[in-house]
Design a protein. Structure first.
Length: 234
């Protein structure tokens, strides 16, 4: 019974975090968060530059949180996807682990895609890291001799907590294209205005530009009482 309760609580936690990410709109500041994460990784290992400059694309996750209690654990994080160095979308990590584990970890993660096929596989939205794959823990110079495995290379940089291992097996990734999440709202067409030309007041001098009634009628300075007397003669 206790085991089932723990699994249920963890499932609710993961669903809640994923659901919140799925309904959030695109934040213009997210592009800056992605750039900051890349700079943060390069600062700790300048040799990562060769991956950033030569990879077809990459996905960077500034903050991935991973925690566990007894036999169950999970992870979650949001990140940004780049193709040829251009931001094209965002992604969400979810992970569920079974096995002895305690405590929590926080780290930055980056996945490099060697070629277009590897990135397109990721963009399908159901990309998953196989259970045997481990990430390279970033330290200065570690990327010098690192290489791709099945078209991807994965690095993690611990931020908080003791990272006993760099196991990333079981991580699943969603993909949300930037073109859909950041498209501006359609601007409604302006309402049609009445453009009927203004007609000149009868008797007014002709002009190439029609004037409103108030402007085109001739000025009459006859006193009001005389005007009334004149009208009574008719």
């Amino acid at each position: 019974m206790m085991k089932m309760m723990k699994m249920a609580l963890l499932a609710l936690f993961l669903l809640g975090t994923v659901g919140g990410a799925a309904h959030a709109g695109w934040d213009p500041d997210e592009a800056e968060k992605g750039r900051s994460a890349v700079a943060y990784l390069k600062k700790h290992d300048p040799s990562l530059e060769r991956f950033f400059s030569k990879a077809y694309g990459y996905a960077v996750f500034p903050d991935v949180y991973k925690g566990g209690l007894f036999l169950f654990g999970g992870g979650h994080g949001r990140g940004y996807v780049y193709e040829y160095g251009r931001l094209v979308g965002r992604s969400t990590i979810t992970q569920l682990n079974v096995g002895p584990q305690f405590g929590g970890q926080s780290f930055t993660e980056v996945i490099f895609f060697k070629d277009r096929k590897a990135l397109e596989d990721f963009k399908q939205g159901n990309f998953e890291i196989n259970a045997q794959m481990t990430a390279v823990v970033v330290t200065s110079g570690i990327a010098t001799n690192a290489d791709y495995s099945d078209g991807v290379a994965l690095f993690v940089l611990p931020k908080a907590g003791v990272m006993a291992d760099a196991t990333v097996g079981g991580q699943k990734f969603s993909y949300d294209p930037l073109q859909q999440s950041a498209a501006p709202a359609a601007v409604p067409a302006p309402a049609q205005q009445d453009v009927t030309p203004l007609q000149p007041y009868p008797g007014a001098a002709s002009s190439s530009v029609a004037k409103p009634y108030e402007e085109s009628r001739p000025y009459d300075d006859t006193p009001l009482e005389k005007a009334d007397q004149g009208a009574s003669q008719y």
